[in-house]
Design a protein around this ligand. Structure first.
Ligand code: GRF
Length: 205
């Protein structure tokens, strides 16, 4: 296996996916290390965990008038110091700019709490309940210029029950996110993902 991949994680809140991935790394299940955590929110709970773990954190607050490209350019300057192989969007609540997507083409992975292409964007679990689907789940995908439109790496399904609330469905999906996201990161870090158009192929070991 090659050298350990250098991973940057972007968060906006709780950071439970970040934690699940970091725990898998600590167990030796992923050939990578999280070298930096970026947040757009100074109060993100995930920052506390990063600090406990001794992972460098940087908060970038977007100014109201600031253009998206300029905001992400500031972040990219900082990222240069870390020489990243992979960026993970783990509950990062902003749409990325074109310049960062181009710079890290097929090296940015997002987790979304629905079975894409159904229910992209915010409040995916609420959208699923309101639509009345009987199955939902999560999708791990590469990030392209659209919102939740990039090539799909892994999906995991969960049932939707009659008495589900947004919270109960979100909890059931989150449990699967904590398996699917580390799994996708593991595959990436073993150089086992190849992208052809919309399709992501997983190479056998
Ligand atoms: C998850 O449901 C993820 O799918 C969505 O935002 C939530 C983040 O949760 N993009 P956490 O911060 O990882 O706990």
């Amino acid at each position: 296996m090659g050298r350990k991949k250098r991973i940057g994680v972007f968060i906006s809140g709780r950071g439970s996916n970040f934690r699940a991935i970091n725990e898998e790394i600590k167990k030796g299940g992923i050939n990578g290390e999280i070298v930096v955590v970026i947040s757009d929110n100074p109060d993100a709970k995930g920052l506390l965990y990063a600090r406990q773990e001794g992972i460098p954190t940087h908060v970038f607050i977007k100014e109201k008038a600031e253009k998206r490209d300029d905001y992400f350019s500031r972040i990219m300057v900082k990222l240069e110091e870390y020489n990243l192989d992979l960026i993970l969007l783990a509950g990062f609540m902003r749409v990325l700019s074109k310049n960062i997507i181009n710079e890290y083409r097929n090296r940015i992975i997002n987790i979304h709490p629905a079975l894409l292409p159904s229910f992209p964007g915010v409040h995916a679990q609420k959208q699923a309940l309101e639509y009345g689907v009987k199955i939902s789940g999560c999708t791990v995908h590469f990030v392209d210029e659209g919102v939740d439109t990039g090539p799909i790496i892994i999906q995991r399904a969960v049932p939707v029950y009659d008495d589900d609330t947004e919270e109960s469905l979100a909890d059931r999906i989150l449990e699967q996110e904590h398996k699917a996201f580390p799994e996708a990161v593991r595959l990436f870090c073993e150089d086992r993902l190849t992208v052809h158009g919309r399709r992501v192929y997983i190479l056998e070991k």
